[in-house]
Write a protein that binds this ligand. Sequence first.
Ligand code: PHE
Length: 451
Amino acid sequence: MAKTKSIHGEWSSRFAYILAATGSAVGLGNIWKFPYITGENGGGAFVLVYLGCVLAVGIPIMIAETMMGRRGRQSPINTLSTLSTEASVNKNWHYLGWMGVIAGVLILSYYSVIAGWASAYVFKAIFGGFSSDAMQVKASFDELIASPLQLIFWHTAFMIATMSVVMRGVRGGLEKAVQLLMPSLFVLLIILVGYAMTTGEAYFQGLSFLFSPDFSEIDSDAVLTAMGHAFFTLGLGMGAIMVYGSYLPSGVSIAKTTLFIAGADTIVALLAGIAIFPLVFANGLEPGSGPGLIFQTLPIAFGNMTGGWLFGVLFFVLLVFAALTSSISLVEPVVAWMVENRGFTRVKASVISGIAIWVIGVGVALSFNIWSEFKIFDKTIFNFLDDLTAKVMLPVGGFCIAIFAGWMMQQKHVKDELDMPEQQYQIWKFLVSYVAPAAVFLVFLHVLGIF
Ligand code: PHE
């Protein structure tokens, strides 16, 4: 019989869950990563592939992952053990939980370094204000990432912030952190879009870059990047949404909440793109300039606009908080597991996992400067971890989740948990059993040159 409650507690309401799960989804992936990978992959066609993946692959898998979490009511590792027993399938499925836990640790190690950049920009915004000159803005970014000490300092600060929220547990920590921040971030993005509209010609160039697809820009790696990003931005395939689902009170509709969360996540990413690309074109910058893109463009807007000082400070503060509400979901699976299986207190589990992640993150920070020549499979530590997680671990994890929900679990258990109208259930069931796994599989075959 399925458990009715997690030992770690529960969200206080449906609304609290929506905030937390939206907090997990909306983060650096939307505002930092989406624009720069769109820039690197030629714009419109990439955006379309990404949107297609969100719809056909992301949403069905998100429903599946949340459903499995709520049915198992434990960390992803133990949830998968429980569910495979319930479904009388091979116990090895719990390794899927392990892969997720490891992916979360690896993602957070670089996520924290980038969140550190955003934190450094809060202070740049407060004390220096931003220059309206593109060259100076770029020089200031280059100076930051060339400094191991600054990067490690901000990475450390961000990890401490993350772990101190996680220590406080489901209601005390996770919930409180998100309530005000998400809506405010949204408002600030709208203000930035408003500024982008003042760039005249460049505004339309930006829109056309984002929304008129040119499929000659797309190769198999771009398709994999877009699909991997659909997983990354929704926070899928590694147990984050599974563990959040395990704290979801019974009776809340998983399908409806998922549609809301995925919709909000997509809108935030598109708004970020609409705010950023006009600035790229207005200032003669390169869309494909890589991970520094938002740090080299948005400050120009703040440097130019009236009230720019205040908006600049607010924007980077909110970006750091958006990152924080995602980072707590990245460690929650491993922390929950340590509490369940090792008998650690939340505090001890948080400290131990925090230190391990911090150490890897130091390597990531150095890969932007003194270790930039150190390569794993021809990639810097940052690029390697980013590719390994977003292009391999999350899609593989998502694929397995789809197979588990679509083929392994007993239908009556799935239906019980999802509790949705029959027709909608059938659509979901088709997407999760056939469309999503086939899409992931074909993209992999394509990348490997087999298809
Ligand atoms: N979705 C988050 C973002 O877009 C990152 C994340 C990935 C969170 C995986 C949880 C799990 O920034």
